[in-house]
Design a protein around this ligand. Structure first.
Ligand code: PBG
Length: 336
């Protein structure tokens, strides 16, 4: 009979027996978080020896490349295998068309080169989207109030190429333009970069939980309006499956759902439908609310962050992007 293990009734069955001591609880644990599952997103600024804290993200700093390398070494030593790089572009380098995104000598490319040199075994994920580079703060090219799709994709391909040529291992388009994964794959392959992986921000929602990130990269001041014509409606789930399906057909090696905690159902459906490497982005606002409540003494940070992480694994995520990666790595490996 199916589900025969469910057939015994109380008092012969007592589920509390398996919860009676730490050793047996650990032995029957179904999901784990390991440092190897984590990707640490980082914010990069120009200069030397520069360190700025991000007010809305306690514990997160914008770092110049030299300090970023030090921080990356610490992460790598904690067992964190990869970083996701986000540049803070100086205002004078922003433009209407975000041309700085395709400059092979831009901040993210220089950071990629420096990190690869110092830590060749660490994975580097670079973000493909125009928002750090545009004066209007949108992820694509803007004309008459509309975000242009196909024209944006052309610029994204150039951006992906300079990043991969600088040494990025994983190209991560977060822009949500249609057809960008196929075009980026073709552009990479055409330049002999067949080994560069693509992690598609496949189901990315127009979420209010990105607020602190936009402060961190300095794009919030610029952004007029919202991103609802390209990022997904938070009310939709079938559409997420269509987005993910297209990105896989276009050549994505792995897919991401973003944000994380408010979208666990999407992670679950995506993993179960496609059985692809699936990533959850525990975004800036999720991190900020946890930190804020813990700073008040209303929640226990160590416990709530671990519970949050295991919820992603339970939902089916293979990996997690989180600003708390170092804290989590320390907690799960028992280091202090
Ligand atoms: C931009 C981008 C965003 C995030 C990652 N890449 C913000 C946005 O779409 O406006 C958000 C990450 C976070 O909130 O932690 N393409």
């Amino acid at each position: 009979m199916e589900h025969s293990s469910f057939s015994g009734l109380f008092p012969s069955n007592r589920l509390r027996r398996l919860r009676s001591a730490p050793w047996i609880r650990d032995m029957v644990e179904e999901n784990y978080v390991r440092p190897q599952d984590l990707i640490l997103p980082v914010f990069i600024i120009e200069g030397q020896g520069n360190r700025e804290s991000v007010t809305s993200m306690p514990g997160v700093e914008r770092l110049s490349i030299d300090l970023l390398v030090e921080s990356a070494k610490e992460a790598f030593d904690l067992g964190i295998p990869a970083l996701a790089l986000f540049p803070v572009t100086p205002a004078e380098k922003k433009s209407d068309d975000g041309a700085e995104s395709a400059n092979p000598d831009n901040l993210i490319c220089r950071a990629t080169q420096a990190l690869k040199k110092a830590l060749p075994e660490m994975g580097l994920v670079t973000d493909v989207a125009l928002d750090p580079y545009t004066t209007h703060g949108h992820d694509g090219l803007l004309r008459d109030g509309c975000i242009l799709n196909d024209e944006t994709v052309e610029v994204l391909c150039k951006q992906a190429l300079v990043q991969a040529q600088a040494g990025a291992d994983i190209i991560a388009p977060s822009d949500m333009m249609d057809g960008r994964v196929a075009s980026i794959r073709r552009a990479l392959d055409g330049c002999g970069l067949q080994n560069a992986m693509i992690m598609a921000y496949a189901a990315k929602y127009a979420s209010a939980f990105y607020g602190p990130f936009r402060d961190a990269v300095g794009s919030s001041g610029c952004l007029g309006g919202d991103k609802k014509t390209y990022q997904m409606n938070p009310a939709n789930t079938d559409e997420a499956l269509r987005e993910v399906s297209l990105d896989i057909q276009e050549g994505a090696d792995m897919v991401m759902v973003k944000p994380g905690l408010p979208y666990l159902d999407i992670i679950y459906r995506v993993k179960n439908t496609f059985r692809m490497p699936t990533f959850a982005y525990h975004v800036s606002g999720e991190y900020a609310m946890l930190k804020a409540a813990c700073a008040q003494g209303w929640l226990d940070y160590d416990k709530t962050i671990l519970e949050t992480m295991v919820s992603f694994k339970r939902a089916g995520a293979d990996g997690i992007l989180t600003y708390a990666a170092k804290d989590v790595a320390r907690l799960v490996s028992g280091a202090k």
